[in-house]
Design a protein around this ligand. Sequence first.
Ligand SMILES: [Zn+2]
Length: 212
Amino acid sequence: MQIFHDVAELLFPQRCLGCGALGQELCPTCGASWTLRRYVTGKDDLIVHSAIAYSPIAGRIVLASKENGIRSADALILDALSYSLCSFSSQVSEGISLIPIPSRSHSTRRRGRDFLREITAELGHRENLVLKNILFHTRGIKDQSTLGARSRFENLHCALSAANVVGRGRRVVLVDDLVTTGATLREAARALRCAGFEVAGAITACVALPLR
Ligand SMILES: [Zn+2]
């Protein structure tokens, strides 16, 4: 699938990922909405470090990566995650593993890839950290985008499990593209702790402020 995207990017002139204007990958206006800053949310049991305040423009950039596989959008998400990981700099050690939140299987089929897994693998390569794909869904869940906080909690309650692999007890950091209510990350942390992992925290590219 990626080859089609690469050819498309060669054939069609560069457009802004945020607004579609011809010219740069990010026009000055959209670039101002994709400014890397340090955001820390969550509670004591799960602190979340993020780099970009979610906005309609940020949403279009995330979708360009997630749904359309546009490499330049992937690179922006990767940079944002790297920045978020830097917030952990005092805690991150060589022994830490990155754990991407799994996509629903039909989303992966539709997109032709597990976008977050790919980007987390790149991040691991860049930061010399191990990637573990050990989280999986134990049942079907609904699309969360239109659900409120309470519905998200019910939708996700015990919906994830962690594979029992070598390395139990090692410290892990969760990775996701966006934190909205924190329900997905908390469910992932619960599943990992049940399997004996120590969850040091989570990183996301974007954060929807204030958390719902
Ligand atoms: Zn723009």
